[in-house]
Design a protein around this ligand. Structure first.
Ligand code: CA
Ligand code: CA
Length: 175
């Protein structure tokens, strides 16, 4: 049996009233470690159709999240979080083709030698196809999605972009 007026609808409507054009984002830190696609699933379930792994859309949001990552609570798996970015297997260089989970080209947040598709420093094996930020390296890092990190979820009234979701699914190991 389905409630015709689920709580999530009520909350979305309230947000829309407060700020009709762009609901304020709310964030949730997951400290337990899971693989990138599992953390994506967990974030989506925060409010189905309205939440996803964080999409960093503006330089201001990047600054705020960097500050947050530098102060990650101890106990956050890997001292790192997954964020909402993924690269297709059609990429021909480590920096090629990245999209955010909103389907837009990923905001430039790389640092150091990233993205490098380590350890071979080439995109031929597509070893690093997801994006994380580490407490000690608070910029975008391309990392194999099978690493178990914490995650930062964002609820902003939007679902993960369908093309991003297809890419995420393409990296799930066979059941
Ligand atoms: Ca890569
Ligand atoms: Ca890397």
């Amino acid at each position: 049996m389905r409630d015709p007026t689920p709580a999530s609808t009520t909350r979305s409507a309230r947000q829309a009233t407060t700020s009709p054009r762009s609901p304020p984002s709310r964030y949730r830190l997951i400290v337990n470690g899971h693989r990138a696609w599992e953390q994506s699933d967990a974030c989506n379930l925060d409010m189905p159709g309205a939440a996803h792994l964080v999409v960093i859309e503006t330089p201001q949001e990047l600054v705020a999240i960097k500050a947050f990552v530098m102060n990650l609570p101890s106990g956050t798996a890997g001292n790192a979080i997954w964020i909402g970015g993924v690269q297709p297997k059609t990429a021909t260089s480590p920096s090629d083709g990245w999209i955010g989970f909103d389907g837009e080209p990923l905001l430039y947040g790389w640092g150091g030698s990233e993205p490098n598709d380590s350890p071979n420093n080439g995109e031929s094996d597509h070893a690093e196809q997801f994006v994380a930020m580490e407490k000690a390296l608070p910029y975008f890092l391309d990392i194999p999605g099978g690493n178990t990190f914490g995650a930062l979820c964002e609820c902003d009234g939007k679902a993960i972009d369908p093309n991003a979701a297809i890419l995420v699914d393409s990296y799930r190991p066979p059941p």
